[in-house]
Design a protein around this ligand. Structure first.
Ligand code: AMP
Length: 423
């Protein structure tokens, strides 16, 4: 029988790798917490129609990348490819707008897209993201972009670039699409097959095509920023002025359109440089989606959000993997002392220490070797003769010193060695 392996593009994260994940997760919750975001957890599976209606039928995600299946009740379900659609669904379903005028939500979890796996591009990947409902911006837009940069800095990722653009709103977008179409149509035959199709279904997407022949044509296309109406332009200008006031450098990138249909006005991306990041260097992407809540059945509600890829951050973040490390390793010189050892371990843990042992027993020498290898600070030796006398041996593994202490004193004394406390 062949051995089973994880689905291609879906990764295991083993305990020795988890410390770097936790660093990101903790920094994320710390920083969004400081900004007043609350955590929302939505199901990883949603009705397929949710993503088709929000992300857009003619997008890469919906056309080719969704994990869609029919369940036993004949419902079409999809593993979520991103977090915004689910968050909006929940916002509408629970009529959250009736409880508060402005809502700030944050989420962290796995997303699923059947993309071609590469470094930094997986089929299950983790995103941390936020959404703000009810605030039309532009100040919250700037605050959000600045928050991402602050988070990156806290993680030691300094070499980042912030790109911003505006897609305008309703009317602007349509006027631009007309102009874009008028420009692209004569170039039709020179475009890639994908872009020729997009010309009919979603011409904006031709602008962020990666095909060289498309890039060349896109470079000469009319720029959306020239089409903004007065209000859109003022919104975009204030975004820039507030970013400047916050000291966050940015670059206006007029070809930034991003792959999802629901965006309006502010769009942004944070690119990372260096580390092990290759071509997949977009660490974070986001934007305003003022029409989506209404489109999904809620009241007209302005909204903005972003998502950042945890695996991509790991590639630029640096820092060492670290296996979990006990404070105290209990050495059991004789099999008959194992029950007592379990009770001792419990007392050590109750005192707030991380304690471990090899409960299979085995030779004292091999247990000391494990104690050393585990990087424990203290080895506690509890053999039958010590236990009979009501004592244990504590060995400070760094100093190489050993002392005999009363059994009840052991947790406090071990704490004294580990944390430098007075026992
Ligand atoms: P998006 O939802 O496409 O705007 O992506 C937001 C962020 O999620 C990107 O900037 C990446 O950091 C991350 N991301 C998107 N797709 C993938 C993927 N297939 N594998 C790993 N990370 C991804």
């Amino acid at each position: 029988m062949s051995t089973l392996r994880a689905v291609k593009g879906m990764n295991d994260v083993l305990p020795e790798e988890i410390s770097r994940w936790r660093r990101i997760e903790e920094a994320f919750w710390r920083i969004v917490g400081r900004h007043g975001y609350g955590e929302v957890r939505t199901p990883v599976v949603e009705p397929t129609a949710l993503f088709v209606r929000s992300i857009g039928e003619a997008t890469d995600i919906v056309e080719k990348e969704m994990y869609t299946f029919t369940d036993k009740g004949d419902h079409s379900l999809t593993l979520r490819p991103e977090g915004t659609a689910s968050a909006v669904r929940a916002y509408v379903q629970h009529s959250v707008q009736n409880r508060e005028p402005v809502t700030k939500w944050a989420y962290l979890g796995p997303m699923f897209r059947r993309e071609r796996p590469a470094r930094g591009r997986y089929r299950q990947f983790w995103q941390a993201g936020v959404e703000v409902y009810g605030d039309p911006g532009p100040f919250v837009d700037a605050e959000m972009i600045h928050m991402v940069v602050t988070l990156m800095r806290e993680l030691g990722v300094e070499d980042v670039e912030v790109l911003i653009n505006s897609l305008g709103s309703g009317d602007t977008r349509q006027r631009y699409l007309d102009a874009l179409l008028a420009y692209l149509t004569p170039h039709r035959d020179a475009l890639s097959a994908d872009s020729q199709r997009r010309l009919e279904t979603n011409p904006l997407r031709v602008l962020d095509s990666k095909a060289p022949e498309d890039k060349e044509i896109a470079a000469g296309a009319p720029k959306i920023l020239d089409f903004l109406d007065e209000e859109d332009a003022a919104h975009f200008q204030e975004l820039q002025d507030t970013l400047t006031a916050l000291g966050t450098p940015f670059r206006v990138e007029p070809t930034l359109v991003r792959g999802l249909d629901y965006y309006s006005r502010t769009l942004f991306e944070v690119l990372g440089h260096g580390g092990e990041l290759g071509a997949q260097n977009t660490l974070c992407g986001g934007g305003r989606y003022d029409g989506l809540v209404e489109q999904l059945g809620g009241p007209r509600t302005p909204a903005i959000g972003f998502a950042m890829g945890i695996e991509r951050l790991l590639l630029v973040m640096g820092g060492e993997d670290a296996a979990p490390q006990p404070d105290v390793f209990v050495v059991i010189p004789h099999a008959s002392a194992r029950r007592e050892a379990v009770v001792l371990l419990d007392a050590l843990r109750a005192a707030g220490l991380t304690a471990d042992a090899d409960l299979r027993g085995g030779s004292t020498k091999s247990q000391f070797r494990r104690a050393d290898k585990s990087n424990a600070k203290v080895a506690l030796v509890a053999g039958p003769s010590e236990l009979e006398r009501g004592v244990v041996q504590l060995k400070d593994l760094a100093a190489g010193t050993q002392e005999e202490v009363a059994r009840e004193e052991a947790p406090a004394r071990a704490r004294a060695i580990v944390f430098g406390e007075n026992a």
